[in-house]
Design a protein around this ligand. Sequence first.
Ligand code: NAP
Length: 320
Amino acid sequence: MKAIRVHQFGGPEVMRVEDAPDVKPGSGQVVVRVHAAGVNPVDTYIRTGTYAVKPALPYTPGMDAAGVVETIGEGVTNVVSGDRVYVFTTLSGAYAERALCNASRVYPLPDRITYAQGAALGVPYGTAYRALMQRARAVPGEVVFVHGASGGVGIAAVQIARAAGLTVIGTGGTEEGRRLVAEQGAHHVLDHHDPDYLKKAVDLTNGRGVDVIVEMLANVNLGKDLPILARGGRVVVVGSRGPVEINPRDTMSRDAAIVGMTLLNAPDPELAGIHAAIRAGLETRAFRPIVRTELPLSDAPRAHEMVMAPGAYGKIVLVP
Ligand code: NAP
C-alpha cells in the first residue's frame, strides 16, 4: 500500500510517499481503508523528533483518519467490514491507504458526514471537548473565551460551547477566519492582533471577566489571559510552543486556576464520554467539522507547512 514514510526526523521534506508493507488485523484490531487523514500540529512536532512522543523509524505520521472498515480481527464486536468510521489514533499511521487500529479507537461515522469531515473529529473535537467540559468543567451560562478559534480545535470549541449554552467569544487572526468563527456560533469575535482586544473581551462581559479560556498559544498569551478572568475563572492550556512569564498574583485575587491538558492522557472512561458527545453532536448537527482544503498524500510536506502558518481556517486533510 502507499503510505507516507519518515526514515529520519527533520523538516517537512522527510515525508515521502512509498510502498509500505500491508497491514493485517490481530486480535481486537481492525484495518481501515483510509479515505481522508487529518493533519494536526502535533504531527509536525513528532516529525521533528524533538517531541515527547518519538516513534521508532521508519514511521507513518497521523492520528486522525476516516474511511471504511476493511477487515476485522478476532473478538471485534463494535464494527463490521464495510462500516463507515472515523479513527482517533492508529497503530500504523493515518497518512496511508490503510491504517491498522485498535477496534476501541474506531467510531461510527454518520452517512451525512464526509470522510474529510470525519478526519477532523478525533484530535480537534476530542481536545476541545476535554478542555471545555472535562478539564475546565464549563457549565451553561458561563462565558468562554476561545483564544485561537479559527483552527481545528478552535472551531470545535466554539460549536461545543455554543451547543452547551455558554456565551462564546472567539478570536481569529484574519478577517476570513473571524468570519468563520462567527458563522460557527461565536456570539462575539475579536482579532488577536488588535492591541485592544483583551480589553474589548472584558467590556463584552460588562467588566466581570470571562469564566473559561481555551488557550491555543499559551507561550504568547498566558500572562495576558489571567487578568481577564472572572473570579473562579479557569484557563485550559491546550497549545503552547515555549515558556512564558505570568504574575501569580493574577490567579490569587481571582481564585483562578491554570489547567493543563493533553488529549492522549484521557483515560478510557473520559474517551468514551468524549466520543459519545461527538456522536450526539454530529447527530443533532451541532457539530459540523470545517474542512479548509483536501490535498493528495504526496502534498503532506506542504500540509505541514500550512498547518504551522498563520491564517487558520478549519482543518487540512490528506486524501490517499
Ligand atoms: P490550527 O488549526 O493550526 O489553529 C491554530 C489557532 O491558533 C488558529 O486559530 C490561529 O489563529 C490561532 N493563533 C495564532 N496566533 C495566535 C495568537 N497570538 N493568539 C491566539 N491564537 C492564535 O491548530 P489546532 O489544531 O487548532 O491546534 C491549536 C493548538 O493546540 C496547537 O498548538 C496544537 O499543537 C495544540 N493542540 C493540543 C492538543 C492537546 O492535547 N493539548 C490537542 C490538539 C491540539 P490565526 O491563524 O487566525 O491567527
